[in-house]
Design a protein around this ligand. Structure first.
Ligand SMILES: [Zn+2]
Length: 125
């Protein structure tokens, strides 16, 4: 009874609210459709990301990085033509007069390259 009271204009087929494309319900429907499209796009991206992570053997990456770091040793080495030993990274033949600078060398030069190398050398299965 109340419905017939509210109904003032006849509505066309497929437009139950009869107000044309500006009616909030159609704007809402359009926003929902956009959100659904966005959601499915992100679901697709997430599944690609999950697959990429599964391909990465984290333990192998850690072992490779550890081996790389182990090869850098803080000690003295001699350079041809120099009488006094140089303190630093023997592997790189890089001067690092104290342990703190040697750690900086590991952090700045060795670690990032080792991670890149370890990830880059991963076989894609
Ligand atoms: Zn080094």
């Amino acid at each position: 009874m109340r419905r017939s009271h509210l109904r003032k204009r006849p509505r066309g087929p497929g437009r139950p609210f009869g107000k044309g494309p500006d009616h909030p319900i159609y704007q809402l429907a359009e926003k929902m459709a956009n959100l659904n499209a966005l959601e499915s796009m992100y679901r697709q991206r997430l599944s690609v990301l999950a697959n990429a992570t599964n391909l990465l053997d984290i333990e192998a990456v850690i072992r490779t990085v550890q081996e790389e770091i182990d090869s850098h040793r803080f000690s003295n080495f001699f350079e041809p033509g120099l009488r006094d030993p140089i303190t630093g990274c023997v592997h790189c033949r890089l001067s690092a007069p104290n342990y703190s600078l040697f750690i900086q060398h590991l952090r700045n030069d060795v670690l990032s390259d080792a991670i890149r190398k370890a990830i880059g050398s991963q076989p894609l299965s």
